[in-house]
Design a protein around this ligand. Structure first.
Ligand SMILES: N[C@@H](CCC(=O)N[C@@H](CS)C(=O)NCC(=O)O)C(=O)O
Length: 216
């Protein structure tokens, strides 16, 4: 059976859980021994990051590499189309998500606990986040998912990111206007049969994580 090194609160882990659910894969979840980045975990996965998989001794880190690998070995339902330009567009959005948008959300983690919160950072980071969402709104044309009605690799990272935006905005109260086409996309995404349960579970994991931070 496929092993997934993961924690419920991992946003990139959530991306892979959605891919695996869509591919109807069975897997067992193993938390990284002594936490991610630990010497014990780095012995198994040298990069020290979650998610990572182990398939009969084949170990692989990085959510995009994992998503594309799973799509290549389990070909139905396909999560990347045949057309090279469409595939490239999907990868463009996926990388925009991973390198331009998600790091801004992650940057808020250190500011959830009131004692380590820097209000000036909270406000200035939201301005950049707004710019990224506006850029995404220019790049993407959801109908209703990013690439029509088939779930693709590009959609999977946004499941956790929409939950992070909602949860962090509730706690930190920053100004952010999600453009309406992206709002409609979020609604279509979280109700997709391969996404709904994973999205709900991720909201729950985030809420418990945030409650611990807020309690101090
Ligand atoms: N590019 C990696 C990033 C994964 C990542 O940063 N995961 C976080 C947890 S959600 C992590 O393992 N951080 C540990 C570290 O950076 O050492 C991916 O897509 O899998």
């Amino acid at each position: 059976m496929l092993t997934l090194y993961d924690l419920p609160v991992s946003s990139y882990g959530c991306k892979i859980r959605v891919v695996m659910t869509h591919k109807q894969l069975e897997w067992r979840t193993v938390p990284p021994p002594n936490g991610y980045g630990s010497p014990a975990y780095c012995k198994i996965i040298p990069a020290g990051t979650i998610p990572a998989i182990d398939q009969d001794g084949f170990r692989l880190a990085d959510s995009e590499a994992i998503a594309e690998y799973l799509d290549e070995i389990i070909t139905t339902p396909p999560m990347l189309p045949d057309d090279p330009r469409e595939r490239a567009r999907i990868r463009e959005i996926s990388r925009f998500h991973d390198t331009r948008l998600e790091p801004l959300l992650r940057a808020y983690f250190a500011h959830v606990a009131p004692e380590t919160r820097d209000q000036a950072f909270v406000t200035s980071n939201a301005i950049i986040l707004q710019r990224r969402l506006d850029q995404l709104n220019q790049i993407a044309n959801p109908a209703p998912l990013l690439f029509g009605d088939q779930l693709t690799i590009a959609d999977c990272g946004f499941v956790a990111s929409f939950a992070l935006i909602t949860t962090l905005q509730d706690i930190l109260g920053f100004d952010l206007t999600i453009p309406e086409p992206l709002r409609a996309y979020e609604r279509a995404l979280v109700t997709h049969p391969s996404v709904a349960t994973q999205s709900a579970n991720y909201y729950e994991a985030l809420s418990s994580w945030a409650a611990t931070k807020l309690a101090g």
